[in-house]
Design a protein around this ligand. Sequence first.
Ligand code: GTP
Ligand code: MG
Length: 204
Amino acid sequence: MMTIKTADFVCSSVKAAQCPPTQLPEYAFIGRSNVGKSSLINRLTGRNRLAKTSSTPGKTQLINHFLINNAWHLVDLPGYGYAKAPKTSRRQFAGIISEYINHREQLTLLFVLLDCRLEPQAIDLAFINQLGDAGVPFALVFTKADKLSADKLQRRIAHYKEVCAETWDELPPVFVTSAETGAGRDALLAYIETINNQKPSSLR
Ligand code: GTP
Ligand code: MG
């Protein structure tokens, strides 16, 4: 099991060219505003205030790099699809996100976070389809699992998989997590460790 020995904030960037100029593998968290990206990064690292969280959507506004065990980066991205954000800032976030995804070569895998309480949302499905078309490796991460009973959670995830299966031949890896209870933490870290241990040629 992977131990997090160090987790340090490196920098905030607005574009890929400003991100740390290392070749370390990088795992980014993306998803709708308020889905729990920053909270999950804090839970994974065991550092409560590493990434800034807020009950108000739109908290994370830049590409934030965190160096883990001096060996790989976790990246906290702005959320997409916050309807109440001014159009200009929504467009800016979308620009920051797509520029990062399309140009950051060190990006090894994108974790797409989904609120387990919600029906599959058009904006998430569209985003995931774009990733598939662009050949960006990703995994699905359901968040806030503590908000549902075990039974309801099972049904929600099964339903989500069914909806995905209508469009895709292959289901990406799926994780079920809670930043509140720490559920799914070990599985996510183990998955990252597995990829880190693969040959660098597996980078795109
Ligand atoms: P933006 O940076 O605005 O895009 O949001 P984000 O996706 O980083 O969400 P953030 O981590 O800031 O969390 C948003 C809200 O959801 C906060 O009030 C968190 O406390 C809450 N939250 C996040 N994860 C969980 C979880 O697993 N369980 C519960 N119950 N609440 C959570
Ligand atoms: Mg955030």
